[in-house]
Design a protein around this ligand. Structure first.
Ligand code: NAP
Ligand code: ZN
Length: 433
């Protein structure tokens, strides 16, 4: 194995070449040595045309290192210090556009994004299913990268740390006295929380998400990335993972032997299977077809698989489940699904369709004293706990790597449930500012 090292760049070099610095941090092992395997993956994803890792021992300057990853700037409309993939409106395709991120404030950090993934909420928002969005809008609320700048008051992060961002980036709340933020540590329910995109930030600008080269966020909302968690296969945990982890815990559906149904095997659903299995839960997947059966059982480790449109199979499964987490992205009939719950069963709804669900709740719940609940993502402390849990249990999301130019196609495929199980955008290889 060749021994490769790179001279440490100065803060001013990092400021102008955040992308190359982020790649360096990702390639480095604990002691700063370059991990040959990681380097070859990064060169294949984000390297200059024809670039090759040094064949023998080498001590590279930061300039030489940067040359390994030189790529032309992404063609984009407009001007600014970042490039994002934007929706102009709810009809046209998303396209790259340059825009300005604000400078790092005293409490902020700047993250050079390495990977960002696509949540169905991005599609609902961008396409206006939840109301008119604040266009032009770059979505994305699952992203991970390397911190390249920290504000003067930031204590919990330093330049070179890996950091993740989920659905929240800032707050108008002071975070120290509020019942939701300070006491419950559930910032997601505080009315003053500023969400990662389509929200209005403290400076009056509209927040723009992770389909972009870098982001500035209040460090309170940044997640420390565990050393033993892959960035590429862990990034979907930042929304999909916490959105299912939190209700599993809150509703007591995390106990070994608990019989859990997971409805919808997309991004959230597959995280639910992986995390629940790591908790020792017995998992039944409920899907619209048999297409994902083989993988659900063999790759994801689900115990049982049901097609919820199959009347006979659903009849046989009546009164067998202790709880259900429903992650379906569209309005759908819940009555057959809920018939699988036992007396005192629990239903946690996290999927949010565009229209109201046509279900007759009282009739469905009274005869079995069912508990129905909802849940919105999770707080920062719980997200941190979930990331560590996933890392320690070896949970790896199953992802499909895509360039930024594929986002429109990924949206079309997700609308057809053709996703296994999260699209992850290779930002640093395909968006260059
Ligand atoms: P996704 O990857 O597109 O997966 C959704 C899955 O739902 C599909 O793969 C499909 O699974 C199933 N499905 C789709 N259309 C259906 C229909 N008409 N009837 C029955 N099943 C259908 O979506 P996602 O990113 O996991 O997001 C899922 C939902 O959660 C979205 O509504 C999103 O907005 C919401 N969400 C909520 C929160 C929260 O905090 N509560 C956070 C994130 C996302 P099968 O192929 O297995 O049938
Ligand atoms: Zn999401």
């Amino acid at each position: 194995m060749p021994r490769i090292s790179v001279s440490t760049p100065s803060p001013s070099e990092i400021a102008v070449r955040g992308r190359e610095y982020s790649l360096l941090v990702q390639a480095q092992g604990k002691g700063g040595e370059i991990d040959a395997e990681k380097l070859s993956v990064l060169i294949s994803q984000a390297g200059a045309e024809g670039a090759k890792a040094p064949a023998g021992d080498a001590n590279l300057s930061f300039d030489e290192w940067s040359a390994l990853f030189a790529r032309p700037k992404t063609e984009a409309e407009g001007s600014g210090n970042a490039i994002g993939v934007f929706a102009k409106d709810n009809k046209n395709k998303l396209t790259p556009r340059a825009f300005d991120r604000r400078p790092v404030g005293p409490k902020d950090v700047r993250i050079q994004i390495a990977y960002a993934s696509i949540c169905h909420s991005d599609i609902h928002t961008v396409k206006g299913a939840w109301g008119e969005a604040k266009y032009p809008l770059a979505a994305g609320h699952e992203m991970v990268g390397v911190i390249t700048e920290v504000g003067s008051e930031v204590k919990n992060f330093k330049v070179g740390d890996k950091g993740g961002i989920g659905c929240m980036v800032n707050s108008k709340c002071d975070l120290t006295k509020c019942e939701q933020c300070a006491q419950a540590k559930e910032e997601q329910y505080c009315p003053q929380t500023i969400f990662t995109y389509n929200s209005v930030d403290t400076d009056g600008t509209v927040t723009q998400g992770g389909y972009s080269t870098h982001i500035i966020a209040n460090s309170h909302f940044v997640l420390k990335w565990p050393d033993n968690l892959s960035m590429e296969h862990g990034v979907p945990l930042l929304c999909a993972g916490i959105t299912v982890y939190s209700p599993l815990k809150h509703y007591g559906m995390d106990k070994p032997g608990f019989k859990l149904g997971v409805v919808g095997l997309g991004g959230l659903g597959h995280c639910a299977v992986l995390l629940a299995k790591a908790m020792g839960v017995e998992v039944t997947v409920l899907s619209t077809s048999n297409k994902k059966k083989e993988e659900a059982l063999s790759k994801l480790g689900a115990d049982h698989f049901l097609v919820h449109t199959d009347k006979e199979a659903m009849k046989a499964a009546m009164n067998t489940l202790d709880g259900i987490i429903d992650t379906v992205s569209q309005s759908h009939d819940l009555s057959t699904i809920m018939s699988t719950l036992k007396v005192n069963g629990k239903l946690a709804l996290v999927g949010v369709g565009a229209a109201d669900d046509p279900m007759h709740l009282p009739g469905l719940v009274v005869f079995k004293r069912l508990t129905i609940g909802g849940s919105l993502i999770g707080g920062i402390a719980e997200t941190q706990e979930m990331l560590q849990f996933a890392a320690d249990k070896g949970v790896q999301c199953i992802t499909e790597s895509i360039p930024a130019s594929y986002i429109n196609e990924a949206y079309d495929r997700m609308n057809k449930s053709d996703v296994k199980y999260r699209f992850v955008i290779n930002i640093q290889g395909t968006l260059v500012a």
